[in-house]
Design a protein around this ligand. Structure first.
Ligand SMILES: [Zn+2]
Ligand SMILES: [Zn+2]
Length: 143
């Protein structure tokens, strides 16, 4: 038996199988909702979120969550379902549009390089007048 984090709520729970949802989330129908949404989209690839929500009786926020997790994709260019977290362009799945995704990756590696450079040059700052003052005051207090 192993301990895993619930994929939905993050709660730690024990499992003997490859279960990824805690009992609470399983009971709340998270997985069966996902299957309903997925099956509906499979049968109706052009469906928008309203339609999916109505047909499957799964609430919109939950469908949005599936989308954000990139587990499903709604194929409808006309519908603004998700927005790129960076430029606000409408996207179908994930967090960023394709061009921002590339930019973000570039920025991340750039930031890492900068950090490495700073760490390389990092030196212990010389004692300032103020720290010296505090130090001598503490010594004085202790007598
Ligand atoms: Zn859970
Ligand atoms: Zn973007």
């Amino acid at each position: 038996m192993g301990l895993v984090n619930c994929r939905e709520c993050g709660r730690l729970f024990g499992t003997e199988s490859d279960e990824t949802l805690c009992s609470r989330c399983r009971e709340s129908g998270y997985e069966s909702d996902f299957k309903k949404v997925r099956d509906y989209l499979y049968a109706n690839p052009g469906a928008d979120i309203e339609e999916v929500s109505e047909a499957t009786e799964v609430e919109r926020p939950r469908i949005m969550k599936f989308l954000r997790e990139e587990r499903i994709e709604i194929v409808d260019e006309e519908n603004v379902l998700l927005n790129c977290s960076r430029c606000g362009k409408s996207i179908k799945t994930g967090r960023y549009c394709a061009s921002c995704e590339a930019e973000v990756k570039k920025e991340l590696s750039g930031a890492l390089d900068t950090m490495k450079k700073i760490n390389g040059k990092f030196q212990k700052p010389a004692a300032t007048k103020k720290t010296t003052e505090i130090y001598t005051r503490n010594i004085g207090d202790k007598k």
